[in-house]
Design a protein. Structure first.
Length: 434
């Protein structure tokens, strides 16, 4: 009697099915506490305060990124850009890199890089990958953990340089998954990606120079890439840099800072104690945290004796959010030319502490960014830009082939001043005074 092979896969809203059994190490990594922690880290941080259905996790995104990587490497093998003798090694290494690229994320995803001093999830990812149990699982699967770290850090050479690009660049499996996933779960619609067209148009560049071994899009595939970049800009405006989302992120930061500033014994929970010494959290401290760590603290602090901290937490949990004022160049000059002092007096008149309730949010303080092309002499990062083959089959940066991308790449985003709703109109009048 023929034994029926067991298939291990999961259903996914974006990719329908994602296999976990192509290599044994995949299901083993997914089953670790380190990876399962990502189930409790929201992909979009505080975006559910604006888009209530955007509660998808870093776990589902990591699986999705792995699926896109699998499709891409399979495509390169089918067309002969990846040879038979290198295929299996390249595939399992690529899947491991995609699966583990976000393993070190802190609570509320990228928001924790704003909240925790010196915290970078990439550095934590590298530590998690190179220690048990993840390192043991990789080594058992004939994958060197340090090789995965080199891929994620963009220090890899040869064919692995392509895996670095596919894992983290301006056109990578990370973005190809999260744009589709974020669009679907927020419901905004315009982040949809023509994934099949994009992957099928990729070719590995065999020439010399910075782009050797990089994936470049065929000239006839440029419209799919152009659509992807336009969608990315729209998602940035509507989701990633949404004024209400950014405002509530600032409120959480203010609550954490206030809890540290008042120095009340026993106020800060054990898993957040590193904040008291302004230390960067260790890898073990990161692994002990998820979104619930932050929200449990905020719920407790609602009833804190300190009225400022209590007010901040109630505003967050009851969705009484701050209001944004765009800092145009004129407003920016006015703010630093005297409006900030006047705002402080207005806030104090209303019993509002401007240190915590009137923050400025900078457009540069986000890990989600619209596409910016790099000049050819920027040798440290130009290879992460998006390249297509031109009509003469030479690699060209996408903005040279797309006027739309060229225009969007030059768009500037303004910083914002946030204030409580009760003083917004009074604050706006301050900017209008001569």
């Amino acid at each position: 009697m023929t034994e029926i092979r067991k298939v291990v896969s999961v259903r996914d809203a974006i990719h329908r099915f994602i296999r976990l059994d192509r290599f044994e190490f995949i299901n083993e990594i997914v089953s670790t506490p380190e990876f399962q922690r990502l189930r409790h880290i929201t992909q979009l941080g505080m975006s559910p305060w604006v888009y209530p259905s955007a509660t998808h996790s870093r776990l589902s995104h990591s699986l999705g990124a792995m699926r896109v990587m699998e499709e891409t490497i399979d495509h390169f093998h089918r067309i002969g850009d990846v040879k038979n003798d290198e295929f299996e090694d390249l595939m399992k290494t690529a899947l491991a890199a995609a699966l583990l690229h976000d393993i070190g994320h802190g609570p509320l995803s990228h928001s924790s890089e704003l909240y925790f001093p010196g915290f970078e999830h990439e550095a934590v990812s590298a530590q998690i990958i190179t220690r048990p149990p993840i390192s043991d699982i990789l080594e058992k699967g004939d994958i060197e953990p340090s090789r995965i770290v080199e891929i994620l850090k963009h220090t890899a050479k040869g064919r692995d340089a392509m895996l670095s690009q596919l894992t983290s660049s301006e056109l990578d499996v990370d973005r190809l998954d999260y744009l589709s996933r974020d669009s679907y779960f927020t419901g905004v619609g315009f982040g949809n990606v023509d994934l099949d067209r994009i992957t099928s148009m990729l070719r590995i560049f065999e020439g010399e120079g910075l782009l050797k071994n990089h994936a470049i899009t065929l000239y006839k595939g440029r419209f799919a890439v152009e659509s992807y970049l336009v969608g990315r800009h729209l998602m940035y405006q509507a989701v990633y840099f949404h004024k209400a989302t950014r405002g509530v992120e600032r409120l959480v930061l203010s609550a954490l800072r206030r809890a540290v500033d008042i120095k009340s014994e026993g106020l800060i929970p054990k898993r957040l104690r590193f904040l008291e010494s302004t230390a960067t959290p260790s890898v073990d401290e990161v692994l002990a945290m998820d979104d619930h760590t932050i929200f449990n603290a905020l719920r407790e602090w609602q009833s804190a004796d300190d009225p400022v901290l209590s007010n901040l937490c109630k505003r967050i949990l009851q969705r009484n959010l701050l209001k944004a004022i765009e800092l145009t160049p004129e407003n920016y000059r006015a703010y630093h030319g005297g409006v900030s002092e006047k705002l402080e007096r207005v806030a104090q008149k209303h019993n509002i502490d401007p240190k915590y309730l009137c923050p400025i949010d900078s457009a540069s303080e986000t890990r989600y960014t619209p596409y910016r092309f790099k000049p050819p002499d920027d040798k440290t990062s130009v290879e992460t830009s998006v390249f297509v083959f031109d009509e003469d089959e030479n690699p060209a940066e996408i903005s040279q082939a797309s006027e739309i991308v060229r225009v969007l790449s030059g768009k500037q985003y303004l910083d914002r001043l946030y204030v409580p709703e009760e003083i917004k109109h009074e604050t706006e009048r301050l900017f209008k005074q001569k």
